[in-house]
Design a protein around this ligand. Sequence first.
Ligand SMILES: CN(C)c1cccc(CNc2ccc(C(N)=O)cn2)c1
Length: 246
Amino acid sequence: MRIDVISLFPEFIAQCAAFGVVGRAGERGLLSMQGWNPRDYAEGNYRRVDDRPFGGGPGMVMLIDPLRACLRAAREADPAPARVVYLSPQGAPLTQAKVRELAGRERLILLCGRYEGIDERLIQAEVDEELSIGDYVLSGGELAAAVVVDAVARLREGVLGDAESAVQDSFEDGLLDCPHYTRPVEHELGAVPPVLMSGNHAEIARWRRKQALGRTWLRRPDLIDEAALSKADRKLLDAFRAELNG
Ligand SMILES: CN(C)c1cccc(CNc2ccc(C(N)=O)cn2)c1
């Protein structure tokens, strides 16, 4: 998979892609990344990349032409078609389902805005989809792009070893994850739930599913559509609630 990132701080993204599973994916040729700086495509002595907003108001807006030339250079760097994604607070929420969809593509171009964003005409002409990593404003789209790179890279085949398998990921089935425990069995902070040491894999899977359903219902009721739950899941959630009420 190839990801090109357009940013006034391309070294920022290079650093984010240098560590952990994403760094390893790069070393193993599962992911190639390149940064592009619109300033390298800006004309004139001052190589301007932004200017004041028409209609007045605070802040600056990123100019069309440096971004457009930069985007063209990035597209032409590889024959494969690319999906152009713009990170902004005005984008559609990034969800695991969207991450899975993006991870299925061969090329992404991530567009990082600074200041108050990008001239709308460039967005309309060149951007395939606008995404937001959450309802808050950052000083630039680079951190949001780094989030997309990480979430997408770890779903690519071969990136995660068995040890870090993404299969049981929470959100993979729209639920939060169950609690996890490791050594020691007994600790001043408490003990490990006995079922997890029972070796009874059916019981363990049942306990984990019940915990995932229960925690989702308690913490993120917006993710639970009880009507859409299977009969088995509804029974597990009822059991969780019954235990909760003691
Ligand atoms: C209107 N405005 C301030 C603005 C517009 C576009 C980009 C940026 C760059 N900052 C970002 C980018 C993304 C996110 C996110 N939530 O994904 C948060 N902040 C700011």
